[in-house]
Design a protein around this ligand. Sequence first.
Ligand SMILES: [Zn+2]
Length: 73
Amino acid sequence: MRFLLVMLLILLGAWWWRQKKREKHTVRSTTPTTQATPMVHCHVCGVHLPQTEAIAANGIYFCSADHQHRAGP
Ligand SMILES: [Zn+2]
């Protein structure tokens, strides 16, 4: 009787582990691997670049410090 109880616990544990593993897999597949970065364009040359790489000044974006200086103070 005790052996059956141990076997049942092992089977239940294996089932629970597989469910957990499957759940983790589905969550990973539904969430995007790369997050979309907003794109902005340079005020001087109009080149599009990710907002994280752009230089922002007064709500205007520039591709480089040189173009920021060219736009004036
Ligand atoms: Zn530029």
